[in-house]
Design a protein around this ligand. Structure first.
Ligand SMILES: Cc1cc2nc3c(=O)[nH]c(=O)nc-3n(C[C@H](O)[C@H](O)[C@H](O)COP(=O)(O)O)c2cc1C
Length: 386
């Protein structure tokens, strides 16, 4: 597990750094803390010492070379919460306390999670400083919400879980660094009239879990998302679409910059031939004429012959294997994940990953299946892959 150095500034969000320490230690990481002198007037260093089982540093009294030794010790250096004051000092190369001096002496992975009042963050000089910092550090953007100062706006420290995911990513072996994954997920919606659609039960969970696992391994992720029953995490660049033709258009465009396309999206196979621009009135019966939508994956394969494509198929259990094999061959996919119809909208998957050479069972929580799929992709596309 990794050594994480946590820098803590004098922000109203300081109490959240206690949760960050607990989360990181729960995951098996060792955490050491440097507090700015101003932050030590908000919370006693004793609290941080007890949480990470190691004295919290505020100055050089524990080690006259602390600003060199602590950055050398760590695998990742996280500043959370980072005040506007410290952001500006880092941007200007000022080292006037143990935290800012240690940042100057640090050459490894640096993550900065700002927290501040919206007006403070909006100042052009602060925006400029944050842009400078983003050239050598990962900025974990503050989020919008009700701030302690009673204003509503951007400035809340990012959620603990998200900050810890960024740390996990930074300390991972980054086997998929610089690999670009394009993931289509969620349900498409085909309009019947101005208020009704043909859609399906997809939640988007399988795609989100795969994206998360690949991202933790250092991959770049772009998402094309239809309707999902859970929010797509903010760390992924996401293009929202509604219809299957919008999804196709987005994927055709984005595939040119992708190394791999993954398609757990539930794309409508049919759409109404005619869409009413007004709400159709209630009547005794309504006959809808449907036409097939374009086959997205086959269209993309025609245009991008070398793209690594992992398709998905949702099938009835009795013919799942033969259908998966047929789709794998007919659509010229590198691999296909076939799952039974019980998997749609569910927390669990029941299926398998199939190539011309192998079959890997995927049965259980989608999070676990995503780990298996990501490890398999790592073997195929990572630094060690073919
Ligand atoms: C209770 C309290 C809450 C504060 N919250 C924030 C904050 O969330 N963000 C921020 O940039 N400054 C905040 N400040 C102002 C900073 O503490 C101040 O700029 C200080 O000089 C920062 O010092 P440091 O960067 O060395 O920790 C707060 C001050 C106090 C007293």
């Amino acid at each position: 597990m990794a050594n994480v150095l946590l820098g803590v500034c004098a922000s109203v969000a300081i109490y959240k750094s206690c949760d960050i320490i607990r989360e990181l230690t729960k995951k098996g990481h060792q955490v050491r803390v440097i507090m700015t002198p101003a932050s030590a007037s908000l919370i006693s260093p004793t609290l941080f010492s007890s949480l990470c089982d190691f004295p919290a540093y505020v100055d050089w009294s524990l080690d006259p070379l602390a600003h060199i030794n602590l950055p050398r010790w760590c695998d990742a250096f996280l500043i959370a919460p980072c005040s506007i004051n410290t952001i500006s000092k880092i941007a200007l190369g000022i080292g006037d306390n143990l935290l800012t001096s240690s940042i100057l002496a640090h050459s490894g992975k640096l993550l900065i999670a700002p927290a501040a009042n919206t007006q403070m963050l909006k100042k052009p000089i602060i925006k400029k400083h944050l842009r400078l910092l983003s050239k050598f550090a990962t900025i974990i953007d503050p989020q919008e919400g009700q701030l302690v100062c009673k204003e509503y706006g951007e400035g809340k420290l990012a959620p603990t879980e998200l900050i810890c995911s960024y740390v996990e990513r930074a300390v991972s072996s980054q086997t998929l660094k610089n690999k670009r994954f394009l993931i289509a997920l969620g349900a498409t919606e085909e309009p019947i009239d101005s208020v009704r659609v043909i859609s399906n039960l997809s939640s988007g969970k399988m795609g989100i879990e795969i994206a998360r696992q690949l991202w933790l391994r250092g991959a770049d992720i772009q998402i094309v998302a239809g309707k999902t029953s859970m929010p797509v995490p903010k760390e992924f660049k996401t293009h929202h679409i509604r219809t299957s033709s919008e999804m196709l258009k987005a994927l055709l465009e984005l595939s040119k910059d992708a190394d791999c396309l993954i398609m757990p999206a539930a794309v409508s196979d049919f759409r109404p031939k005619i869409k009413s621009s007004k709400k159709i009135e209630r009547s005794n019966s309504l006959i809808l004429e449907l036409e097939p939508t374009q086959d997205i994956i086959s269209t993309i394969r025609m245009q991008y012959k070398d793209l690594f494509i992992l398709g998905f198929a949702l099938e009835e259990p009795e013919n799942i294997y033969s259908r998966a094999k047929q789709k794998l061959n007919e659509k010229n996919l590198n691999a296909i994940v076939a799952n039974t119809t019980s998997s749609i909208g569910s927390e669990r998957i029941d299926g398998f990953l199939l190539t011309t050479m192998e079959k890997i069972d995927l049965k259980g929580p989608k999070e676990d299946a995503a780990k298996v799929i990501a490890s398999w992709l790592e073997k195929k596309l990572g630094a060690e892959g073919i």
